[in-house]
Structures are given as C-alpha cells and as structure tokens.
Design a protein around this ligand. Structure first.
Ligand code: ZN
Length: 265
C-alpha cells in the first residue's frame, strides 16, 4: 500500500511506496548515509507508474515492468516523476538507510554502500517546464535528506550524480545527469548550491525569529482602527484609559494594568 507522507517537514510532494517485492528490498542490508547520488532514468518515460507501484490512486496503474517485483536487479530510494494527472511528485521506494542497488561499482568501491539514491524520470529532455519542476523537487528532496542525516551538500563527494560517481571510481560508467541538466543551464555545482540554499531557507535561528517577531509586532501598530472598534476606542480615549495609539497592537500586562487603573479611577 502506498501512503502520502504528509507530515514530513518539507515543501516537496513526498509520497511513500516501498518496493517490497524488489530483490534489493528483500536483501534488507543497511547503510549509514554519507551522501546522496542523483540519477536520471535514461529512458523517455516521465511517468512514475513505469517504475513505482502498486497504484495508490495517484500513480495510475503500474507498468508490467515496474520495479516492485523480483528480477529487476536495481533499486533506488526514491523516484521523481509524474503522477497520472501530470503532477510532479517524489515517491520514496526504499527506507533511506537501506542499501540501494543504483551505482554498481568502480575501482574504488561502490556508492551503494554510502549514498542514498534517487532517479528522476526522464522525458524526451525537450520540455523545460518539466525539467524545472523535477529539478526543484530533486533540490528539495536532497536538502531534506542532507538535513535529516547531517550532511553538508557542498562537502567533497557528498552530493554527486552518477557520472561524477564514475569519475570518482565508485560507480559504473553512466552519463546521468550531466547529459540533461546542462541543457537547461544547471551544473552539479549549481545543484549543490541550490540544495545548500534550500537548507538555509528551512532553518530559522532564534535570533532571526526574534527579528521577524519584532517586525510583525511593529507592523500591527501601524494598522488602522477597525470600523466596529472606532466608537468604543473613541470612548476609551475620552475616558482617559488609553491614548488611542496602536489600536491593533498587542497590549503587554503592564499596559493592561495601567489601563485598568485608569479605568477604575
Ligand atoms: Zn544512474
């Protein structure tokens, strides 16, 4: 059964549909995530149902070649692509700390042992709107994973694509995603910077919050008196227990005490 992971702290459209029939899932090995590897499928089919199933009512009926079955020989932690109504979404397909089968290996080992992985479903690579949507979804997913596992997206070897993994000797010789991202002006350095920025946007320090609160409180003091309150406020001013300023500002306890004293005189 697929479920929507609605409570997760993120702006991405995240759903969960574990590929429990995949041999990788059944192998059940685990990793301590050290990074995130970005893949794209290399096939013209942007529909999630090609890979993910069963249908949760949003995916559409899954392809007979979907990855939720034995014999696929590969598995990733998530897919980004289209639901049946065209909406771009992310589907988590393995527990994040399960060992995926996504990179194969190179002379220096395998990213399967270190990296969380996701596939972006490719279309025919000619649709810029689709690219922008899945790119943004990928940025948010990677930011979420880096935050969750305490990873620095700009540190060496942490956020890499399959081709970069090959260059580093930890993945098979595939081109993804550098046959696609640069068509729309995005390098992997851009991707890492966008992930870092997305993480900053999500983290508000206490100091920043206090500043925002001050701005908010100040903005309240500039609001005009509501129509319904004009007469009672006029009377309160006339009776001397408020000066009538900041009619929509919040009152502190000391101000309330002073107003009550004035009113009870
Ligand atoms: Zn790949």
């Amino acid at each position: 059964m697929c479920t929507c992971a609605g409570g997760e702290k993120s702006r991405m459209n995240l759903h969960v549909c574990m590929l429990k029939e995949n041999d990788c899932y059944k192998a059940g090995r685990t990793i301590v995530p050290k990074g995130v590897m970005v893949h794209s499928t290399g096939a013209n089919n942007p529909n999630l149902r090609r890979y993910v199933g069963p249908d949760d009512g949003l995916l559409g009926e899954s392809s007979s070649r979907n990855w939720n079955q034995s014999g696929v020989g590969a598995c990733v932690h998530a897919f980004i692509g289209r639901q049946k109504d065209g909406t771009v979404a992310t589907y988590q397909t393995l527990p994040w700390t399960m060992r995926g089968w996504h990179s194969a290996s190179g002379p220096k080992g395998s990213a399967n042992n270190t990296h969380i992985s996701f596939e972006i479903c490719e279309d025919d690579l000619s649709d810029e709107t689709y690219f922008r949507a899945v790119y943004q979804e990928a940025v948010e997913l990677t930011a979420y994973l880096c935050q969750r596992y305490g990873l620095d997206p700009k540190a060496d070897g942490v956020v890499i694509c399959h081709q970069e993994g090959h260059q580093r000797g930890i993945a098979s010789n595939h081109a993804d995603v550098l046959h696609w991202f640069p068509m729309y002006g995005k390098s992997m350095d851009d991707f890492r910077a966008d992930v870092a920025q997305a993480m900053e946007e999500e983290t508000v320090t206490q100091e920043q919050f206090n500043k925002m609160m001050e701005v908010y409180l100040k903005s309240r003091t500039k609001l005009a008196t509501s129509d319904w309150a004009k007469e009672p406020l006029r009377q309160a001013v006339e009776r001397g227990f408020t000066d009538g300023t900041s009619p929509q500002g919040f009152a502190t306890r000391q101000e309330v005490a002073a107003m009550l004293n004035a009113a009870l005189k």
